[in-house]
Ligand binder design. Structure first.
Ligand code: HEC
Ligand code: HEC
Length: 216
């Protein structure tokens, strides 16, 4: 454990030199706003999201991420990041443009309360290398174990670490590749970019398969 604390601080020190990744600061006021989100109002707003993300945030098409059971704080911040351009995606920037802060809190309240998607069927045996990354990380590449931040069941951790278990495998691979190229750059301290930059395609596919099939 001790070596990971040193590794993590090295990671954070390098990353702190980069510019701010998001405009959202977790002040007490912002946290309260998310906590007070109204799931009923969120449900009404979610009608226009259903064609891609499903009625309850379980997406029909694997290129669209599942939102059901995701942390409300994470959902709120991603919507905010799309709206102010910190996270770039033409489709989502279009949808977020018209949302108020209250709408984002209401949508986050709705989706976070929905039961998470059923995990996909496990697709064969995982390589020992991928399992090692999840459990132990790789100290040579300064990659901390995924489970240290995302939890033993990939369930996420307040405030900013998302649930990744039961997420669509195709989306997981796609977003890890977007961190790797820097196309996605709204992660605070560049934590996911610094990790993804060092992953091979094979490792990304293996990690996506593991978490896509992990029961939340
Ligand atoms: C036309 C399809 C489409 C519609 C409609 C749509 N989205 Fe999305 N959504 C996407 C795609 C594609 C992504 C992944 C984009 C990326 O890689 O950044 C996404 C990503 C997201 C994310 C980030 C998820 C994560 O795990 O980081 C959130 C939150 C989200 N959408 C919420 C919404 C909400 C709320 C609405 C309705 C107001 C909505 N979306 C409407 C296609 C759509
Ligand atoms: C140091 C803590 C930390 C470690 C270690 C870590 N993550 Fe993350 N991860 C985060 C945080 C924080 C975010 C949210 C970043 C953002 O807002 O873009 C995130 C986001 C993600 C996302 C995006 C989820 C979504 O819905 O879009 C994926 C996928 C992911 N991590 C996979 C992994 C994998 C696989 C590993 C192990 C190789 C890993 N992470 C290790 C902290 C970590």
């Amino acid at each position: 454990m001790k070596c990971w604390i040193v590794g993590l601080s090295a990671l954070l020190m390098t990353a702190a030199q980069a510019g701010p990744a998001t405009q959202v600061a977790w002040t007490e006021e912002t946290l309260e706003q998310v906590e007070r989100g109204d799931p009923e109002k969120g449900k009404a707003l979610a009608g226009r999201c259903a064609s891609c993300h499903g009625e309850t945030g379980v997406s029909a098409n694997p290129v669209f991420p599942n939102l059901a059971g995701q942390l409300a704080t994470y959902l709120y911040r991603q919507l905010h990041d799309y709206k102010d351009g910190s996270r770039e995606n033409p489709i989502m920037q279009g949808f977020a443009a018209g949302l108020s802060e209250q709408d984002m809190a209401d949508l986050a309240a709705f989706y976070s309360r929905q039961p998470p998607a059923k995990p996909a069927a496990a697709a064969g045996k995982l390589s020992a290398g991928v399992l090692r990354l999840i459990e132990h990380g790789d100290s040579k590449r300064i990659i901390p174990p995924c489970r240290v931040c995302h939890g033993d069941h990939g369930q996420g951790e307040r405030i900013d670490t998302p649930r990744i278990s039961g997420q669509s495998q195709a989306y997981l691979a796609q977003t890890l590749k977007a961190y790797r190229t820097g196309q996605r750059h709204n992660d605070i301290y560049g934590r996911m970019r610094l990790i993804a930059e060092q992953l091979t395609d094979e490792e990304i596919e293996g990690l996506a398969a593991y978490y896509g099939a992990l029961a939340p």
